[in-house]
Ligand binder design. Structure first.
Ligand code: NAP
Length: 274
C-alpha cells in the first residue's frame, strides 16, 4: 500500500484517479482548492484532506507543513492546474497560469524534498498536449508572459515547464531517491475550461464535447498507473507519457540548459519560503 498525495484532487482527473487508487488499496491524501468539494470527496473515500489555493504561495507553504506530518509520501502527484481567460497576476505578483500550473507545485515539491527523498517517492506532473501545440514560443526569459500574452500560449508554456521541471527534478534528485515523471491526460471532459476563454468553454461544455473528449475515468487511468506503478519497470524516470507511450516533445532542450535556467528562476521567485 502506497501513501499517495494528489493535488487538484477535488474534481476531474485528480478525483477520478483518487477513487481508482483507493479501490486498488492505496492510502490517498486529497488536496483541493474548494473546501466543500474536497471535503465531500474525502468523506466518500474516507481519506484525509487538505486545502490550498495555489494563487497564494503562503497557502502552499502551509500545505507543505501539513503534509510533513505523514511518516512517508510514496507519491506526490502535482495535478492542480487549469487554463485562464485573461492575463492577471496573483497576490504574489506572478502570472496566474504560471503560478497555478508550475510554481505552486514547484514550491510544494521543494518544501517536501527531504521527505520525498527519504520515501524514495515518485513525483508526477500533469502536463498537457498543449506543451506541443502551444508551447513552441516558450521563452525562459519571459516566464510571466509579459510580451504578447495569449491565454493558450501561456497555458502551453506552463505545461511545457511542467515537463522541463520533471527533467530537472530527476537530474538533481534522481540519485537522492526521487523518481520524476510527467504525463499528458488527453482531452478530458472535466471542469478544466471553467476559467478559460469563451471558445474553449464552449468546446468543453456544449454537447459537442462528446465528439473529441474522453471521460475523466478513462484519462485518470494514466495517472493511476504511474502512481501505482514501479519506476524503471512501468515507466522511465524523467520522461513524459501519453497513455502508455512516451510523448515526443517538440521543444528542443538537448543539453538541459533551459530546464536548469527555469529551475534557477523559479527558485529565486520562491526563495523567501525555502
Ligand atoms: N481536462 C483536460 O482536457 C486537460 C488536458 C490536459 C491537461 N489537463 C490538466 O489536468 C489537470 C487536472 O485538470 P482537470 O481536467 O481534472 O480539471 P478540473 O476538473 O478543473 O480540476 C482541476 C483541479 O485543480 C484544482 N485547482 C484549480 N485551480 C487551482 C488553484 N488556484 N489552486 C489550487 N488548486 C486549483 C481544482 O480545485 P477545485 O475544484 O477545488 O477548485 C481541481 O481540483 C490540470 O493540471 C490540467 O491543466 C487537463
Amino acid at each position: 500500500m502506497k501513501t499517495i498525495v494528489i493535488t487538484g484532487a477535488s474534481d476531474g482527473i485528480g478525483a477520478a484517479s483518487a477513487r481508482q487508487l483507493k479501490a486498488l488499496g492505496h492510502r490517498v491524501i486529497i488536496v483541493g482548492r474548494s473546501p466543500q468539494k474536497t471535503e465531500r470527496l474525502a468523506k466518500e473515500l474516507d481519506a484525509p484532506f487538505h486545502i490550498a489555493d495555489y494563487t497564494r504561495l503562503s497557502e502552499v507553504v502551509r500545505l507543505a507543513e501539513e503534509l510533513r506530518q505523514y511518516p512517508k509520501i510514496d507519491v506526490l502527484a502535482n495535478n492542480a492546474g487549469g487554463a485562464q481567460n485573461k492575463r492577471s497576476l496573483t497576490e504574489d505578483g506572478f502570472e496566474r497560469t504560471f503560478q497555478i500550473n508550475l510554481l505552486g507545485g514547484f514550491l510544494l515539491t521543494n518544501l517536501l524534498l527531504e521527505k520525498l527523498c527519504e520515501s524514495r517517492a515518485t513525483v508526477i506532473q500533469t502536463s498537457s498536449i498543449a506543451a506541443n501545440l502551444f508551447g513552441s514560443g516558450f521563452d525562459v526569459d519571459d516566464l510571466q508572459s509579459e510580451r504578447n500574452y495569449k491565454a493558450f500560449d501561456a497555458y502551453g508554456a506552463a505545461k511545457l515547464e511542467d515537463i522541463l521541471f520533471t527533467r530537472e527534478l530527476q537530474r538533481r534528485y534522481g540519485e537522492k531517491g526521487i523518481c520524476a515523471v510527467a504525463f499528458e491526460p488527453g482531452v478530458v471532459r472535466t471542469n478544466f475550461a471553467s476559467e478559460s476563454t469563451p471558445l474553449v468553454k464552449f468546446m468543453y461544455h456544449s454537447p459537442l464535447k462528446y465528439l473529441f473528449t474522453i471521460s475523466p475515468n478513462k484519462s485518470a487511468k494514466r495517472l493511476t498507473s504511474l502512481a501505482a506503478g514501479t519506476p524503471g519497470i512501468d515507466f522511465l524516470p524523467g520522461e513524459v507519457y501519453s497513455s502508455k507511450k512516451r510523448m515526443k516533445l517538440k521543444f528542443r532542450d538537448p543539453d538541459g540548459k533551459i530546464a536548469k535556467a527555469l529551475w534557477d528562476s523559479c527558485l529565486k521567485m520562491v526563495e523567501k519560503y525555502l
